[in-house]
Design a protein around this ligand. Structure first.
Ligand code: RUQ
Ligand code: CUA
Length: 658
């Protein structure tokens, strides 16, 4: 039998060696003999043989297997791509713990089916256009002194240029902000070291503030912007009125990172397409992919956000639509914006944990380029420019701004850090991750990915004190890793052990609900989510007792000029009231409180044919408004299996004909 003692130290190696090579181990079945049962005879050796496992498979299993009831050491927050949501995954087990509903309605959580969450989603509408999806790319955990504090999570929507705030005290989306200044983003969300600001740069230029301009006037009328959304930590909300933007030329701004420690106060934003190509494949022009790949270098945008803050405070910003904007000439005159050439269509920009270096990778380059902040700052202070770009932005000399270039491999994209002074850079074209020493600018080893790897996330890998330990490769292609499920395959996240030498691939995790672009990994003990809402009747969005919270014994039905108000409670296993009588065409305002305070005592509430569906966690209050359009008899019931008499947790909505 599988024996705990065998797992310890050399006993394990002994068992593995036995299976692999000892003639005294159980014999493999002779050709033609019946296949071994998948469990073998239960010993490690026979299990390995029966399941065709080699020693690395077993060590990988032992490094990731998490027995029932044992919690994961880390939580990873991954974007859900154009599912518009955020995934929460435990490490090292790679178990999905939650899908946080953010920009897209999510029935299980009742997100987008009650007044509170509908209001959150509606706050993300653009110019009255209802939006029920998003393309989430980069989650950002809130930080204090450059370290994740476990309090909030931000995520950007590339498609509609929006940002969402998730409160990690209950893992619920509290706010969506949108600026009509820009039409798309990509380098969002990235936070400054004390979460003073959440950075959101445009991706695809357009006329600032919306409106039409012919594409032939791209150079003159199209622009990008880098938005700095002010975060009000005490309220847990972004404050649009205290936020500002910096106008930038119509290049395609890409990823961003905030300086930290010595480079605190600065932000770094990549760009590609300094060619200002805009496609036109049917109009005799090259597609963007070739038009944007002509120049040898694009521009790293170096932004002094403290100076920008001061310029805004001094009244130097202009308001465009809903955002205070420092126009380009102001940004240049105030010394807020500088450019440095960066090789061939850069993508990732990642500041080292000590804040001293900025690592940039060019998708069409084979290097990681290490810029020295000290050198960059000196060049800015000396005003040592090699010229200006067509929009008057001063350009710093490339050679004098860099510390080194590391020959790293094909298609480098993103870089993460560990606690040993190493960096890890994903190589998209090579389908590998390169481990390299930052101080020595020297490649140490590479681990293959299956297949083309985009983002990577290391444990606390974006902070001033990374943990090392684990790295997750977020691959863009899965190809043959999993059983066929039709032409649309799951995404593949691969867990890597950074403590072993060489690095070891531990686990493949299929992700079937959207492309996880980027992820961040936080030590689980930094999170302290609540278990129930208190006081009973809490509205999770305001985190205060709801105006229409219902207490046990106060349940009632009131007819008012604006409709029928039903004050209802839920407790195992009944709703009070459980019969609601209304007239056809009447508006119903349902005020529903789960009065329980027991952990995990969640109830659902649904009414068929009315699109009414909420999830009420212990202590939670929800308001639901709907019109009883058709006469009839409509069962209403609890959708969450909450007790032995859960099926009996039901009632009727009786809609009498007029
Ligand atoms: S992207 S694969 Cu949206 Cu961050 Cu680089
Ligand atoms: Cu309440 Cu089932």
């Amino acid at each position: 039998m599988w024996n705990r003692s065998i797992l310890r130290g050399s006993a394990l190696c002994g068992a593995i060696a036995l299976a692999a090579c000892s003639p005294r181990g159980e014999q493999a079945p002779a050709a033609g003999a019946p296949a071994a049962s998948p469990a073998g005879n239960g010993s490690v050796a026979s299990l390995m043989r029966a399941r065709k496992l080699a020693e690395p498979d077993v060590t990988a299993a032992l490094k990731t297997y998490t027995p029932t009831g044992v919690h994961d050491e880390y939580l990873m927050f991954a974007s859900g791509g154009h599912s518009g949501q955020v995934l929460v995954v435990g490490l090292p087990s790679m178990r999905i713990l939650k899908v946080i509903a953010v920009f897209t309605p999510e029935p299980w959580q009742g997100y987008g089916y009650g007044d509170q969450t509908n209001a959150v989603l509606a706050s993300g509408n653009r110019d009255g256009q209802e939006l029920s999806w998003a393309d989430t790319h980069h989650p950002a955990l809130s930080e204090m002194a450059g370290d994740y504090d476990g309090k909030f999570l931000f995520i950007g929507d590339k498609a509609n240029a929006r940002l969402a705030v998730i409160d990690l005290h209950d893992f619920v989306t509290k706010q969506i902000v949108v600026s009509n200044l820009i039409e798309s983003d990509h380098g969002a969300a990235f936070v400054t070291p004390n979460t003073e600001y959440v950075i959101e740069p445009t991706q695809y230029p357009a006329p600032l503030g919306g409106g039409f301009a012919p594409i032939e006037e791209y150079d003159e009328k199209y622009r990008g912007a880098v938005l700095f959304w002010k975060f009000d930590r005490s309220k847990g909300r972004l404050d649009p009125a205290a936020s500002f933007a910096i106008e930038v030329p119509p290049y395609m701004q890409d990823l961003a990172d905030a300086g930290k420690l010595v480079s605190d106060g600065f932000a770094f934003v990549n760009s590609f397409n300094t060619e200002r190509s805009y496609g036109g494949t049917l109009e005799g022009r090259p597609p963007l992919e070739s038009g944007a790949s002509q120049n040898d270098t694009d521009y790293l945008h170096v932004i002094d956000w403290r100076k920008a803050e001061a310029a805004v405070a001094a009244g130097k910003a202009e308001t465009i639509r809903d955002m205070k904007v420092l126009r380009l000439p102001v940004a240049v005159a105030e010394g807020i914006l500088h450019f440095i050439p960066e090789p061939k269509s850069p993508h990732g920009v990642d500041v080292t944990p000590d804040g001293k270096d900025i690592v940039v990778s060019g998708k069409l380059d084979t290097h990681a380029t290490i810029y020295s902040f000290e050198k960059v700052k000196a060049l800015i202070d000396q005003k040592k420019y090699v010229g200006t770009d067509p929009y008057g932005v001063p350009i710093l000399p490339f050679e004098e701004a860099i510390r080194a270039q590391v020959e790293i491999g094909l298609g480098p994209l993103h870089t993460q850090y560990d606690d040993q002074g190493n960096a890890y850079t994903s190589l998209f074209l090579e389908s590998k991750v390169a481990k390299w020493n930052v101080a020595e600018a020297r490649v140490i080893e590479k681990i293959p990915a299956h297949y083309n790897v985009g983002h990577i996330a290391a444990a606390e890998g974006d902070t001033v004190s990374p943990d090392g330990r684990f790295l997750v490769m977020i691959n863009k292609w899965a190809i043959d890793r999993f059983s066929g499920v039709g032409p649309l395959l799951p995404q593949n996240m691969q867990l890597v052990d950074l403590t072993s030498s060489p690095m070891q691939l531990l686990y493949d995790m299929p992700v079937p609900i959207g492309e996880p672009h980027y992820a961040q990994i936080i030590k689980a003990d930094k999170l302290a989510p609540i278990e129930v809402y208190t006081p009973v009747g809490t509205d999770p969005i305001t985190n205060a007792k709801a105006a229409d919270a219902v207490e046990a014994s106060q349940e009632r039905i009131e007819r008012r000029p604006d409709g029928v108000h039903v004050y209802m409670t839920a407790v195992r296993s009944h709703f009070t009231p459980d019969i609601v009588r209304v007239k056809e065409g009447e508006k119903v305002h349902l005020h529903l409180t789960n009065v329980e305070q027991a952990k995990d005592a969640t109830h659902g509430f649904a009414i068929g044919s009315h699109n009414v569906n909420v999830s009420i966690e212990p202590g939670e209050h929800a308001d639901i408004e709907f019109v009883a359009q058709r006469s009839g008899v409509f069962p209403m019931y609890c959708t969450e299996f909450c007790s032995a008499l859960h099926l009996e947790m039901a009632g009727y909505l009786l809609v009498e004909p007029k």
